[in-house]
Write a protein that binds this ligand. Structure first.
Ligand SMILES: NC(=O)c1ccc[n+]([C@@H]2O[C@H](COP(=O)([O-])OP(=O)(O)OC[C@H]3O[C@@H](n4cnc5c(N)ncnc54)[C@H](O)[C@@H]3O)[C@@H](O)[C@H]2O)c1
Length: 288
């Protein structure tokens, strides 16, 4: 029998690629989302993840039907940025739906959960005033300095994941994602080559959806990782300028770190991702 994985937010941008990848690798997938996807890749249950009763019911319904457990939940459902809803709505939705997934997973003995955290948790993306990182490249030890409710929701979710790991021993991997790019996004991003300031807030980061989906699969296939926050970003940036030139132009106070970012090296380190999951990038910006 195929192993079963639940994906939340599978009707959205990132989720559909995760579902596609899992199906291609022999998994049975159930999507939980409060809207239907444009294209049907697997069964979708319409669920408001803010309601613990619905989350519990959705996760247990499957196991009861044929007594086959859910192996893991890959939780990507969220309001994916600040300032599109009032701050409290974003915070409540993202924090409560994550709490509910973890609570239900814990009660149902689901032993692995992957959470979509964000580079926004470092605070630069949605800060009132741009500020430079403390050092480069940013790694998992860099302080998370959010002042907006979206970045804050991701910080809280990582802590919630750690709490559930302490409670039950479940493996919780929180991916701090860079800007997610689908194949159709590349031409639009290439148009910003002349205006690098447009992507300074995300430090020119990106992660190809296919490489992102592979990382999610690796995170549920590995055992014994505990609770981990891991940056999920490409090796390179999404601009044509050398990283040294970007540092000199936009954050000259960090010039001493330029030699750590040769060529178009990313401002976000993915060393932990490679070390813990054995992930390797397959899709590079300049080849898309
Ligand atoms: N897009 C990016 O560049 C980016 C970068 C970093 C992190 N992330 C994170 O990755 C995840 C996916 O982002 P995306 O760009 O695919 O967003 P998206 O908006 O395209 O997809 C999110 C999905 O979640 C669903 N959803 C939201 N709240 C829900 C709820 N309470 N109950 C049920 N369904 C709910 C929505 O209907 C939607 O289909 C999010 O957690 C986001 O914060 C995205």
């Amino acid at each position: 029998m195929k192993k079963r994985i639940v994906v939340t937010g599978g009707s959205g941008k990132a989720g559909k690629w995760i579902i596609k990848d899992l199906i291609e690798h022999g998994y049975e997938v159930l999507n939980l989302d409060w809207k239907l996807p444009e294209e049907r890749l697997c069964q979708t249950l319409i669920v408001d993840l803010n309601d613990l009763g619905q989350v519990h019911n959705a996760l247990s319904q499957l196991s009861i039907r044929d007594r086959q457990p859910v192996e893991a939940v890959i939780h990507f459902a969220a309001i994916p940025e600040a300032f599109i809803y009032p701050n409290d709505v974003t915070f409540r939705n993202n924090v409560m739906n994550t709490y509910n997934i973890l609570e239900a997973a814990a009660n149902l003995n689901i032993s692995k959960v992957v959470l979509a955290s964000s580079e926004s948790s470092y605070g630069i993306v949605f800060a009132n005033q741009f500020f430079a990182p403390n050092y480069l490249p940013i790694d998992e030890s860099h302080p998370q300095l959010s002042e907006d409710s979206y970045g804050l929701s991701k910080m809280v979710n990582e802590m919630t994941g750690e709490a559930f790991h302490r409670r039950t021993g479940m493996q919780v991997i929180s991916f701090r994602l860079g800007n997610i790019l689908e194949p159709k996004d590349y031409p639009r991003v290439r148009q910003t080559f002349e205006t690098p300031e447009e992507r300074v807030r995300i430090l020119w980061s990106y992660i190809d959806v296919r490489d992102m989906a592979a990382a999610c699969r690796l995170a549920v296939e590995k055992d014994g990782l505990g609770a981990q926050a891991i940056i999920l970003a490409a090796d390179d940036t999404s601009t044509n300028l050398p990283s040294e030139e970007l540092i000199n132009q936009f954050m000259p106070e960090l010039a001493e770190y330029a030699e750590q970012l040769p060529g178009r090296a990313s401002f976000l380190s993915n060393a932990k991702l490679k070390e813990m999951l054995g992930w390797q990038q397959q899709h590079f910006f300049m080849e898309q």
